[in-house]
Design a binder for this molecule. Sequence first.
Ligand SMILES: [Zn+2]
Length: 82
Amino acid sequence: MTTALLHPSLGELKTYAEGASEDRSLATHLARCGACRSKVAGLRALREELSQLPTPEPATDLLRRILAARAARYRPLPGFHT
Ligand SMILES: [Zn+2]
């Protein structure tokens, strides 16, 4: 679907920017289309910037809340005994 006149989707460009695309026609399109090359460059720059963000620490009570939610969701039905 990638020709000089028909731009690839943003999803296709994202896959290419991540290095996960083996679509040769996409590479050919990018060689000819400055607009799409610019989008790929922007996606790669954004990915790099996002990778620089700190990883937030989980709340200290996160595990307790997960376990409580799971326990509440999977209570045995009344009358059901294991
Ligand atoms: Zn294009």
